[in-house]
Design a protein around this ligand. Sequence first.
Ligand SMILES: Cc1cc2nc3c(=O)[nH]c(=O)nc-3n(C[C@H](O)[C@H](O)[C@H](O)COP(=O)(O)OP(=O)(O)OC[C@H]3O[C@@H](n4cnc5c(N)ncnc54)[C@H](O)[C@@H]3O)c2cc1C
Length: 431
Amino acid sequence: MTRVVVMGAGLTGLSAAYHFHKVGVAAAVLEKGATPGGACRTTSRDGFRFDLTGHLLHLARPESQDLLRAIGVRSALRSHRRRAAIALGGSVTPYPIQINTYRLPREIRRDCLLGFIEAHLGRPDPETQPRNFLDWVLTRFGDGFARHFFIPYNRKLYRTDLAELTTEWVGRYVPRPELADVIDGSLGLYRKSVGYNATFLYPREGGIQVLADAIAAKLPPLRCSCSVRSLRLAARELVLDSGEVVPWDTLVATAPLSHLAEMTADLPADAREAASRLRAVAVVNLNLGVRGPAARREHWLYVPEERFPFYRVGIPSNHGRIAPAGCHVLSVEASVPTGARVPPDLRDRCLEGLVELGLLRDPADVLTVEEVRLDPAYVIFDAPRPRAVAVLRDVFRASGVMLAGRWAEWKYSTMEDALWDGAAVARRLTP
Ligand SMILES: Cc1cc2nc3c(=O)[nH]c(=O)nc-3n(C[C@H](O)[C@H](O)[C@H](O)COP(=O)(O)OP(=O)(O)OC[C@H]3O[C@@H](n4cnc5c(N)ncnc54)[C@H](O)[C@@H]3O)c2cc1C
């Protein structure tokens, strides 16, 4: 009988275990956290429920509805139409900015329009590949959108020179309008919903944890609080923090690729060199439980300007019942280089920024704060990434280790993708 081990009970690992279970393959699930869910966990504190960071379920694949029903969670989820915005130049305008400049100060609106028209006139041959993300932004959206939004926002998030980023990841995530749409957007005439996140699902009660708990409930007991310390590829065995040795024929690994490489004792030199090329940023999320009603109706706001230390603020109590009566939740996301310490003044600067944006009336209204760090959070798509990932994937696969999920595959992807990544790896390995 082949021994199947799943490392990690985030959505990818849970979905893999669920799909193995469905065809009668018993997979042992090892999870270092005390509860399942990984990045999609929810904690409770002082009557508030906090998702580790804002997690909304955007579905791009029709078959996902069936999967959610099979898991038994669909009826617990409510559908919402996105209310997202950009806070810029002392104004707030709906997302995406490309078709919604009408609420911005006139000077910014003019820069965006003029730049878009200039870029449109000099439009590159569609066959010409952009050299990098910065080039892509400038040639697709023009100087105004780039200067006011794309450059400061992405610099704040990725903390890297945007000319070092490739464009592999932008695909469905950055809406690309036509000139007429941009002009309509500058006049407040654009009405259609656009983008991969125009609607989303979220649990009526309980936070995003509901999703992971529903899958876990369909499985034999998971081994939580069970951390893998090291992997030995040649022997096909792993060692837990407790010292227990667990052999595998197939290991589905969902922990971050950089961590997997570090913990593998017998990783060949070329793979170790490849691992040294993996780059990412961490996210520090401040979950604030705040007295009083939320100042705004949006579900989340993007904040590109450099003077604010955060790049995004969520108001998850606008879509889930996660705050005590008369209170609300703010989720304030900042990025820091992976492995770097959190600046000691970050919390104070965030509170000041929230007050300046009108999202917080008074810091004294903050009843509770939970600081969460996700590291890595966003993989940096640079030129060495594809080869480095391929080298590592092949080395691991040769020893029966299948990399699955956002961080193990070192990519940009969603919770829906995680569910299908888990399904795909299980289906590949079973008849
Ligand atoms: C800031 C941010 C916001 C996001 N917002 C959204 C959103 O709104 N909507 C959306 O769809 N997606 C969102 N995502 C993406 C989403 O979080 C991921 O796609 C998804 O959680 C990936 O799941 P996973 O199982 O692959 O990884 P994880 O959730 O990280 O699961 C991996 C698991 O492995 C465990 N593990 C790690 N090391 C070990 C070890 N040594 N031993 C045992 N176990 C181990 C971890 O504890 C974890 O439980 C967001 C991501 C970030 C960073």
